[in-house]
Design a protein around this ligand. Sequence first.
Ligand code: ADP
Length: 528
Amino acid sequence: MLVFARRVSRGLSSISVHSTFASSRGRCRMGTVAHSNSHVAAKKLKDAGLLLSRALIGDKWCDAIDGRTLNVTNPATGELLTSVPFMGRKETELAITAAHEAFPAWSQKTNTERSKLLRKWFDLLIQNKEELGRLMTLEQGKPLKEALGEIVYAAGFVELYAEEAKRIYGDIIPATTQDKRIFVLRQPVGVVGAITPWNFPLAMITRKVAPALAAGCTIIVKPSEFTPLSAMAAAKLAVEAGIPAGVLNIVTGDAPQIGAALLESTRVRKITFTGSTQIGKKLMEGSAATVKKVSLELGGNAPCIIFDDANIDLAVKGALAAKYRNSGQTCVCVNRIFVQDGIYAEFAKAFALAVSQLQVGNGLDEGVTQGPLINPAAVVKVESHVEDAVAKGAKVLTGGKKHSLGRTFYEPTVLADATVDMRIFSEEVFGPVAPLIRFKDDKEAVAMANDTEFGLASYIFTENITRGWRIAEALEYGMVGLNEGLISTEVAPFGGMKQSGLGREGSKYGLDEYLEMKYLCLGNMSPP
Ligand code: ADP
């Protein structure tokens, strides 16, 4: 049974991260803007018990100790959805204690026992798919169809690691002397601190929590301040599935304070992070003092190379999917499209036409394929990239300005004649803008594609398999889509090279991040 912690103090202050709507705990209400479909959807979620406003520490759903809260709003409308606790160091320390205390019993369960609990969690996530999808669209903005896709993708990690939990094998190595035996054991790292972003409010949680739990670790998750609600709803379902108290904790609030508490604790043995390269570097630095295991999934600057011999329909479809999913707000989103001379004009025309047909709007509305950006600041960043490119000679083929819906909406945009001196060439735009850059030959394409500090995802379109293979090998990227724009799946290793990160998530390899290898030597065996 869930125990609700008594509120220590009420409504002292409230911090709004999405908009100017401010409310205090106890006076929390829907925003005043009338957007009926969002309002109705939020009400239904509240009734279904999946719109939560407390964080989970041990077996308690808690407010912040000082009662402070953080507003969570719908990026499409500015409506206040609810507020969540604005927690800091003290609450994080309580969560670390809860995770630390839960660790012995959880890690000593058999792998099959942990597997069964994860499987139950997976079943509940799928059973609640529709509600979780609507919740995600409300807090993140992505079109409902994409949100539902993310729920299935997110649940996929839980299913995968429920299965992989049973296959955490050790090893026996032939010894060099007759009186010895050499064994390799694989044991959980311990308490894990996970910090996640807003662009995939659930998949980034399960991608970390599921392998951690399968390995026998316990975890404290700090979801993004913009999208904490999907994480909280998923945690509620984990409790319902029977995951014991303290194994999964959710702390919301003050990112630097929560981060510092996780980093400084000697009881936290691992940090796993998805987010910006800038914060990733800080976390890596902060992990040094206690030598924590670290895995990082950071920024990207994905190239998409379209060769003269590409199937043009496939290339348009692939580049469209790889660029405009989640309105361009994913770290594997194409940031630069390189198009070979011979196909440039034809591709540019077909691509701009396809982009101009994308439907922009509130993600809950039927037929919408492009939701809002996460907040007005994201729009300002996109605008500045486009202004910079146009000032340096780029031509707008479609879009190029704020959408008439205003606030957080930007028109899906294609820029022709982009060049390497434009900001968009070297910085992730994280919005619906695709620059087209011309190239002559394979060598030039590879050199430009690799001319970045990042190395996450990359894409190639060619009908020549030899060329495709050669270019794939030459790209300094952790992932390559060859004639494919959608590469993310729970069964493949996701991760980057260079400053895009450390380690891999998903697949059997994702488990290694949560396991220590222990060498056990049995010696002085008497001869038979
Ligand atoms: P984005 O630009 O995609 O929001 P960030 O790296 O800023 O990427 O945020 C990703 C996650 O990191 C979020 O949960 C955010 O709250 C958290 N975060 C931001 N700053 C810090 C910090 N100093 N310490 C720990 N976590 C942080």
